[in-house]
Ligand binder design. Structure first.
Ligand code: GTP
Length: 207
């Protein structure tokens, strides 16, 4: 395909995670390359930008969902999940409760999308705060494997390139899922993994 005939692929990403995990910082870092320490954000914000990934021009909308505890926001969260093609799930390595929140969010995503394979990257943020670490890298890797997500441990504050790589990984997962079935290598592998896991679980009755 020539450059002039290339179409922009619209792609919608949702950033989710507990309070203070760095969702806004990550979005701003990805879009502007800058790290801004404090934000006064009470509402959901959508960022728009574009990237070229594997010769595919991608028009991105990234929705940064403000952390809300009230159950009245559950319907709007589900609407945002239905809207999105791919998910960045954040936790902070210095906040174990943000890590334990991840499976609940992933379950909500899976149930809302009603799909075995939902493009998701788990992001362990604040890797610069080693001294306050409460979640090990191995725990993060294990959870990502369990939830069938990509995994990145990084510091939004210190590593713009790592943020770029995490979002690009998610974009690739989404693009892969949108390809015709025979071309979807990672998709097929993930389905196989998910089915094997379900079968193993039902055999050993660990539901
Ligand atoms: N040290 C360090 N601080 C970070 C990092 N990323 C974000 N922060 C800080 O963590 C705090 C929360 O960041 P936000 O981006 O507002 O987090 P959020 O997840 O959007 O928070 P909510 O608005 O509660 O949903 C801010 O004080 C940031 O400066 C990081 O990689 N390292």
């Amino acid at each position: 395909r020539s450059l002039t005939s290339r179409k922009m692929v619209p792609l919608k990403l949702l950033v989710l995670g507990a309070h203070n995990t760095g969702k806004t910082a990550l979005c701003v870092r990805f879009v502007t390359k800058r790290f801004i320490g404090e934000y006064d954000r009470k509402k959901d914000v959508t960022y728009r930008c574009s990237r070229t990934v594997d010769q595919e021009s991608v028009d991105l909308e990234i929705l940064d969902v403000a952390w809300k505890v009230s159950s009245s926001s559950a319907a709007s969260l589900e609407a945002s999940i239905r809207w999105a093609d791919g998910f960045l799930l954040l936790y902070s390595i210095t906040q174990r409760c943000s890590f334990t929140e991840v499976p609940r969010l992933k379950t909500l995503i899976d149930q809302t999308k009603q799909s075995l394979v939902v493009p998701t990257v788990l992001v362990a943020n604040k890797a610069d705060l080693e001294i306050g670490r409460e979640v090990t890298t191995e725990e993060g890797q294990r959870l990502a494997k369990d939830l069938r997500c990509g995994f990145r441990e990084l510091s939004v504050a210190e590593a713009a390139l790592a943020v770029e790589a995490a979002v690009l990984q998610l974009i690739r997962l989404v693009l892969d899922q949108q390809r015709p079935l025979p071309d979807r290598r990672s998709y097929m592998l993930t389905v196989r993994h998910a089915l094997t896991k379900k079968l193993t679980r039902s055999k050993t009755m660990q539901w």
